[in-house]
Design a protein around this ligand. Structure first.
Ligand code: ADP
Ligand code: MG
Ligand code: ZN
Length: 497
């Protein structure tokens, strides 16, 4: 068996309104080549100027990944020639990345693992090449867009771990509001480096898999490589350091270039941009943008409210959903409802009915904050059901109408006549009516009881409770109805009305 080492380089588009060194609009999906200017097109004599929001967002990510922000941070030119980059060099960071020496704790189902972050650096993206048949087209809207590269140490060991890292990072940057995390649109992409070696021998010769645009491909590509490299070593062959690409149609990695033609980027400090000195005010503004991160929130929801791991994960997947959940919980608490009980109930409603309604209406979970149903109204409904003021069934019906009619749940339930009937006398009348119509069933229950057939007893009782609910328009409290049916069929009870 071999030991494997995986290090990731993840690129994220920062959600700045303009590009990182010019005033051009930064947006996905605009008409090609409409967001360009002499600066991002690399005309001679133009001067870049740093977008401070990009620096702030970059530092926010760095801090969330427990990185240190240095006393000074600056930019270098990375020279290479490719049609997607009109300047023929990319402004990037080399010697003084904005974030250094951090870590992320992966929280898997069964394990916890610390992955060290080597650095985070700010740079500009290149344009986009579209290859069609015999021609290649260029869209420079993306050239100069703020890009943050996050580089890990080779601390991961499997495709699964790397996939988890990407998923956690994606949630984190979305929580921070600095990246939309959309891998299909290329807002988050990864290069995956992997090597294997005999145990105890340290790192092997690395292979880099470039441009993975889904966390699944990261997993598949890495596991494929670990297997491929292991087979080569088993055959006594030597591995070469190379760059490969994932072919999603063939489920395999394929060579792209070897070390022999690796580039020398001839980095040197960018002369047109001053050194950036993060002063106390800047550092404070970065700290102010940090929020509770998804991992910590999952743990808090588990510990403080007694939610199960899976439920807490689902709730915390989107910050907006977790915010909505906690707002509803606070509203239930304000009505004097027990927090732990309320948490489980609200989570259930959110993850089933509300999720279903949102998807029916085409509202993404991340946009639940804009949903017509306020967390307060949801809380009111959940509490009314929990307190037996309305049946679960009518409560769910009320949910739809509260949303459709934009009404207060208590008022709507009152107007609809759906308040649960808790009065034993009134329920008794309905039970009597059912008794008159279904006397045979009552007899069967008595017989089942005499035989000790509890299952049959329960089935028949449930049927009769259903009949009582029918009689009362679904309003009778089923527990009271069941108790009355039980006492009517227990030994010593009257045989006929
Ligand atoms: P390069 O200079 O080739 O870009 P870096 O040292 O910058 O290499 O590392 C790039 C990425 O590759 C990092 O995520 C790092 O953890 C990972 N890496 C470096 N060497 C190895 C190795 N031998 N095996 C696996 N991953 C590695
Ligand atoms: Mg590198
Ligand atoms: Zn521009």
């Amino acid at each position: 068996m071999y030991q494997s080492f995986i290090g990731l380089e993840v690129h994220i588009h920062l959600l700045t309104k303009s590009k990182v060194f010019c005033g051009c609009r930064s947006a996905f999906g605009d008409e090609p080549n409409t967001n360009v200017c002499p600066v991002c097109m690399g005309y001679p004599g133009v001067l870049p100027s740093l977008n401070i929001e990009a620096m702030r967002m970059g530092c926010t990510v760095a801090r969330a990944l427990n990185c240190r922000i240095p006393e000074q941070t600056w930019f270098e030119r990375k020279q290479y020639f490719y049609p997607d980059m009109p300047k023929n060099y990319q402004i990037s960071q080399f010697a003084s990345p904005l974030g250094q020496e951090g870590y992320v704790d992966l929280t898997g189902k069964h394990s916890k693992k610390r992955v060290r972050i080597k650095e985070c650096h700010l740079e500009e993206d290149a344009g986009k090449m579209i290859h069609t048949g015999t021609v290649s087209l260029l869209d420079y809207n993306r050239a100069g867009v703020s890009l943050l590269e996050i580089v890990t140490e080779p601390d991961m060991e499997s495709g699964e771990e790397a996939e988890l890292f990407i998923q956690q990072l994606r949630r984190t940057v979305r929580y921070l509001g600095v990246c939309d995390g959309n891998m299909e649109e290329g807002s988050l992409r990864a290069d995956a480096n992997v090597s294997i070696n005999l145990p105890g021998r340290g790192l092997g010769r690395k292979v880099e898999i470039k441009n993975l645009n889904s966390s699944r491909f990261v997993r598949l590509g890495l596991n494929y490589e670990i297997k491929r490299q292991g087979e080569l070593l088993d055959q006594g062959k030597e591995l070469i350091q190379e760059t490969r690409l994932w072919n999603e149609n063939r489920d395999q990695t394929e060579p792209m270039r070897t070390k022999e033609n690796a580039q020398d980027y001839r980095y040197f400090p960018e002369p047109d941009l001053p050194v950036f000195v993060p002063d106390a005010a800047f550092r404070a503004s970065v700290e102010a943008t940090l929020v509770e991160l998804p991992g910590a929130r999952v743990e808090r929801l588990e510990q403080d409210y007694g939610l199960g791991r899976e439920q807490a994960e689902l709730i915390c997947d989107e910050k907006a959903l977790a915010d909505y959940f906690e707002a509803a919980l606070a509203a239930a608490g304000a009505q004097g409802f027990d927090t732990r009980d309320g948490a489980g109930r609200i989570a259930n409603w959110l993850l089933t009915d509300i999720k279903h309604i949102l998807s029916r209406e085409g509202i993404a979970l991340s946009r639940i904050g804009t949903f017509r149903l306020s967390p307060q109204r949801l809380a009111m409904l959940v509490v009314m059901v929990a307190r037996g003021q309305v049946s679960m069934k009518n409560g769910k019906q009320a949910l739809e109408r509260v949303i459709a009619e934009d009404k207060d749940p208590a008022a709507l339930i009152r107007e609809a006549g759906w308040e649960q009937l808790g009065d034993p006398v009134q329920i008794g009348k309905a039970v009597e009516a059912v008794y008159a119509a279904e006397a045979a069933v009552f007899d069967q229950i008595r017989a089942a009881r005499a035989e000790g057939n509890q299952k049959r007893q329960r089935t028949l009782t449930a049927y009769l409770v259903g009949r009582v609910l029918e009689q009362t328009g679904g309003r009778a409290d089923p527990k009271i109805a069941a108790a009355q049916i039980e006492s009517l069929t227990s030994s010593g009870a009257r045989q006929r009305v």
